[in-house]
Design a protein around this ligand. Structure first.
Ligand code: ARG
Length: 571
């Protein structure tokens, strides 16, 4: 469709002095009603610029723009409506997909530009729970989408691997833990210790002081404290990496909070020298009253540093290391203020790139009304969610007459796909109430539905080996066979893939692609039910329809890949 829009924009703009093709491109609409054409240029804005009535502009344009790409062009009440030459459209969409294969829909928009994406970033020594899944899958989808559009992407896992929680854990471990239990039970044992600490601390206030003291030892480089810390980090990372592998997620950097330990002093000195730091009851902070925000705490009373300070140090480091054009942070909206505050501090420090820092916020995950709290131990572990989804898929597939030989692999692809898709299918800012039932439902608008549609097409194509899809040159002759409503709708969906990818990037909203894949799968399934493929009325129709199937398969596969799902050939 973009090709058609560019064609129209080029023709219209060439008629008038001072009106750019881009201006016209932006005006072009998809009429809601197919009676009004496939594309439409509203002439109201132009009419003001040209001091003529919209109807007169539309008439004038109609007389001047013509192309065999369009079957007809009509001027109706100030709109110029374009009706595509359908066989030509079908041929051009299908051949373009065929030529570009997995690059269909990609662009060079971001060429020469770098985007740093900070996502997942779980806190060490706490289990990976479903709330972290959102950051992980949204961030990873944004990474893939931007790469597809030509950006150089750097994925950073800003692990929460430093902070007072380690002091608590050390105290709890020394009082109630054993090396053997931690080695055997991994993060589960660390969580048990963490929960126990908070339980006991309610009765015994001195525990908090002890924890602070141990964290202070870590900050001072005490070997005993650091050795325990390193051990906790390794145990957690092992578990996280297992989950990332399962999800097919990767990072270019695991530089977590502790990575910035030796970069904090410089930030504090810089803030001081720029006169931004203020002492307040022993702590240091940057006042943000002028911007309607509470102060950003930079150094605590006991000298330990804070989340803000680390983020400032990290941003300066990332700018130097990657010279990014944009740095994106994916967290839930509970951190809105945190990001607004430190973005402002970076601006006040005089860094002109502070405007390139973007917080991509998403809604919170709750468990049927109850909020998830690590301290109380009521977390839903992601590994358990994935495990259940995989087990359920396997059960469904085992019940089939001909279970697949690679049933374990496919169960993983589909089970994991269900969980990822569920998380991406609503706009990111919406709160999510976690429900097992919904996550494990494969009916309706779900990932498995899209994957299943892809597999169905693969099986049709496999059965068509004797009479394969029409070739590129044959399509020119055969495309007039692709002319009913269901087919037109499907072709149209295929043709807007590139636009949807671009919009998803612009709005930093992977749900746009998830939605698109549902629309495409539904359009295919309607076509499939209305138009016989393998049993089409004659050989030409069959070849043309098979060519369409092949195109849909490719686009489903790339779309699924962009949001992090695999596309098994059989299900
Ligand atoms: N570890 C944090 C959390 O779990 C998220 C970190 C996000 N990234 C950042 N640069 N602040 O809440």
């Amino acid at each position: 469709m973009q090709k058609y829009k560019r064609l129209i924009a080029g023709k219209v703009s060439s008629l008038y002095e001072g009106i750019s093709s881009e201006d016209i491109f932006q005006l072009i609409e998809y009429p809601a009603n197919a009676q009004m054409g496939d594309l439409s240029v509203p002439c109201f804005k132009l009419s003001k610029q040209l001091r003529k009535s919209p109807a007169a502009v539309a008439e004038e344009l109609k007389a001047a723009v013509s192309s065999d790409a369009f079957e007809r062009i009509e001027a109706v009440s100030g709109y110029l409506n374009f009706y595509l030459n359908k066989p030509l459209f079908a041929e051009s969409v299908l051949n373009e997909i065929r030529r570009q294969k997995e690059n269909y829909g990609s662009q060079k928009l971001g060429e020469g530009k770098t985007i740093v994406i900070d996502y997942s970033s779980p806190n060490i020594a706490k289990p990976f729970h479903v709330a972290h899944l959102r950051s992980t899958v949204i961030g990873s989808a944004l990474y893939r989408i931007h790469s597809f559009l030509g950006y150089e992407c750097v994925g950073v896992n800003h692990l929460g691997d430093w902070g007072t929680q380690f002091g608590k854990l050390i105290v709890a471990y020394r009082m109630w833990g054993s090396r053997q239990d931690v080695e055997q039970r991994g993060i589960d044992e660390l969580l048990r210790l963490y929960v126990k600490f908070h339980d006991e601390a309610e009765r015994n206030a001195s525990l908090e002081n002890e924890a602070r003291a141990w964290f202070a030892k870590m900050e001072q480089g005490n070997e005993e404290a650091l050795a325990l810390w390193r051990w906790f980090v390794d145990i957690s990372l092992e578990e996280f990496k297992r989950i990332y592998d399962l999800l097919g997620i990767r990072f270019d950097s695991y530089a977590g909070e502790s990575f910035y330990n030796d970069k904090m002093d410089a930030v504090i000195r810089e803030l001081k020298s720029k006169d931004l730091l203020e002492e307040d009851d022993g702590a240091s902070l940057v006042r943000l009253d002028d911007y309607g925000m509470p102060p950003a705490l930079i150094l605590k009373k006991d000298g330990s540093s804070l989340y803000h300070t680390r983020d400032i140090a990290a941003a300066i480091y990332r700018k130097e290391a990657y010279s990014f054009d944009k740095a994106i942070y994916v967290t839930d909206y509970a951190q809105n203020l945190h990001f607004q505050q430190w973005f402002k501090v970076v601006e006040l420090m005089g860094y002109e790139w502070s405007g390139d820092l973007v917080h991509v916020a998403f809604g919170r995950v709750s468990l049927e009304g109850m909020s998830l709290s690590t301290r109380k131990g009521n977390v839903i572990k992601l590994e358990e969610v994935l495990g259940q989804a995989i087990a359920k898929t396997k059960k469904v597939m085992e019940a089939r007459n001909h279970p697949l030989p690679n049933i374990d692999e496919v169960s993983r692809q589909v089970g994991v796909g269900a969980v990822i898709f569920h998380d991406l299918s609503a706009s990111r800012i919406k709160d999510v109430v976690f429900s097992w039932e919904q996550v494990l439902s494969f009916e309706g608008e779900t990932g498995p539905y899209v994957q299943y549609t892809h597999a169905r097409i693969c099986s049709i194509l496999a059965k068509a080996k004797d009479a394969p899809p029409a070739s590129e040159s044959a399509l020119a002759q055969l495309s007039f066979h692709l002319q009913n409503d269901a087919t037109n709708l499907l072709l149209r969906e295929l043709s807007v893939f590139g636009e949807r990818v671009e919009l998803a990037a612009k709005k930093l909203e992977p749900s746009i692609l998830a939605r698109y894949l549902i629309d495409l799968a539904q359009a295919f399934n309607r076509f499939y039910h209305e138009c016989p493929i393998l049993n089409a009325e004659d050989k030409d129709v069959r070849e043309a329809r098979l060519a369409l199937c092949e195109a849909v398969r490719m686009v489903l596969k790339s779309g699924l890949h962009l949001i992090g799902l695999e596309a098994p050939k059989q299900m």
